[in-house]
Design a protein around this ligand. Structure first.
Ligand SMILES: Cc1cc2nc3c(=O)[nH]c(=O)nc-3n(C[C@H](O)[C@H](O)[C@H](O)COP(=O)(O)OP(=O)(O)OC[C@H]3O[C@@H](n4cnc5c(N)ncnc54)[C@H](O)[C@@H]3O)c2cc1C
Length: 400
């Protein structure tokens, strides 16, 4: 058999592509499955640049979180994680209704142990935080998702799948019932394709002649870190009550799996899909964003928030002011510039920022066009869901 022929090729070695490949190799062990990743290492984009929170399912749809499978996977693969708990803090009366809604939604989603707590109990959990009420979620945790993604890769390779790194897919064409992929290393042939290319997912779809009904607009999330002397101010995870009109959770404090405390992320428009720094600029990406009607529709709706986010990005004092609502003792000298991540935010033509997973199926292919937070937490559920779609629309029984 030609060594470069596959049954299913998955573009993207982030946590979603790797989970999908893992499920495929488990369910269809005789099939040839390959993950193609353009970087030298796996999980270096969204998966390796996130807050590392195991979300408990408060904000999301019932049954969608997949937390328990993630925890089982960490235990089976000796990956450290901690269920440190989190508080969502209301700092003024106007937020109480939304806090109550989150409690109701989380309870309906089956999240265990949720409690609305008053200021005294909040002080016991997070001694340096002040709020009038808070939602306590004891099951929320932290983990290093890069380690999780690499464990998926090890397991899928142990099942007989392959992972190719340093191989960017540059061109895709169909011929005689097969899909031909040209990468920066070689040419590959596959019967079916699954596009999990994150920040580039719409571009990969277009390479296949598909015109997706959304465009990926990159939003950078910038973090500060607390210097080591100030880390004691945060025991676990402290969040504000989110703005329901915006699919991001608001700047928060997160103690990560390496013991550091991060503050952020904000959400600013990036001028490059992989624009991790303010100065990163890619003409093609920027022109693509500016030429998309959905971008202007989004700007009309959210310009005020957008301007506020830009202001906060450039002015440390504004960032600090927002953080002080949650943690009054934090001072400018406690904050050191940290890393950043770029969210692959799908925006539709009417300017709506999609806040749920978006998957488009075309003949012989599945495109994951939006995998927002809690995509890392839910990666095993999403991968399983994608494989169930593949089982229906690909002729997997006859492959191989
Ligand atoms: C700032 C931030 C904070 C977040 N915080 C959390 C959190 O705390 N908890 C949580 O559960 N979720 C969080 N998320 C969401 C989570 O990180 C994502 O849902 C998840 O990582 C998406 O994974 P992915 O595999 O779709 O994308 P990615 O990890 O971006 O992977 C896509 C891969 O495709 C590759 N690729 C692209 N184009 C090509 C090509 N042409 N050829 C080959 N390879 C290609 C890329 O190099 C990349 O490795 C956060 C996200 C961000 C950005």
């Amino acid at each position: 058999m030609d060594s470069r022929k596959y049954d299913v090729a998955i573009i993207g070695g982030g946590i979603i592509g790797l989970s999908t490949a893992l499920w495929l190799t488990e369910r269809y062990p005789r099939h040839r499955v390959v993950v193609i990743e353009k970087e030298k290492e796996l999980a270096v984009h969204q998966t390796g640049h996130n807050s590392g929170v195991i979300h408990s399912g408060i904000y999301y749809r019932p049954g969608s979180s997949g937390v328990e499978s993630l925890i089982r996977c960490c235990e089976a693969n000796d990956i450290e994680y901690e269920r440190c708990g989190k508080v969502i803090v209301a700092t003024d009366e106007s937020e109480l209704g939304r806090l109550e809604d989150l409690y109701q939604r989380g309870t309906a989603n089956g999240v265990q142990g949720l409690e609305i707590i008053g200021p005294e109990r909040l002080k016991e959990i997070e001694p340096h935080t002040t709020g009038i009420k808070a939602l306590y979620a004891p099951g929320t945790g932290i983990v290093d998702y890069k380690k999780v993604a690499n464990a998926y890769a090890d397991n899928l390779c142990a099942n007989g799948g392959e992972v190719l790194t340093d191989s960017e897919v540059r061109n895709i064409r169909r011929s005689a019932g097969s899909i031909f992929l040209e990468t920066t290393q070689e040419s590959l042939e596959s019967k079916y394709l699954i596009n999990c290319a994150g920040l580039h997912a719409d571009k990969v779809a277009r390479m296949m002649g598909v015109s997706p009904d959304v465009r990926i607009i990159p939003f950078r999330g910038e973090y500060y870190t607390l210097n080591p002397q100030s880390r004691h101010l945060v025991k676990s995870l402290i969040y504000p009550v989110p703005n329901p009109r915006f699919p991001f959770l608001g700047v928060h404090f997160t103690r990560n799996a390496h013991g550091e405390v991060e503050a952020g992320p904000n959400a600013v428009l990036a001028f490059a899909r992989e624009g991790y720094r303010k100065t990163n600029f890619n003409a093609g990406d920027t022109l693509g964003t500016l030429g998309y009607p959905g971008f202007w529709a989004m700007t009309m709706k959210h310009w005020r928030t957008g301007v506020g986010e830009m202001h906060r990005s450039f002015m440390k004092s504004v960032f600090l002011h927002d953080l002080q609502r949650l943690l009054p003792e934090v001072k400018s000298k406690d904050l050191v510039s940290g890393g950043s991540g770029v969210r692959a935010q799908a925006v539709d033509k009417r300017g709506r920022l999609l806040d749920d997973f978006s998957i488009q199926e075309t003949e012989g292919a599945i495109h994951v066009l939006n995998a927002p937070s809690p995509g890392a937490t839910s990666s095993l559920s999403i991968g399983e869901h994608i494989v169930s779609l593949a089982a229906k629309s690909f002729d997997l029984a006859t492959a191989s």
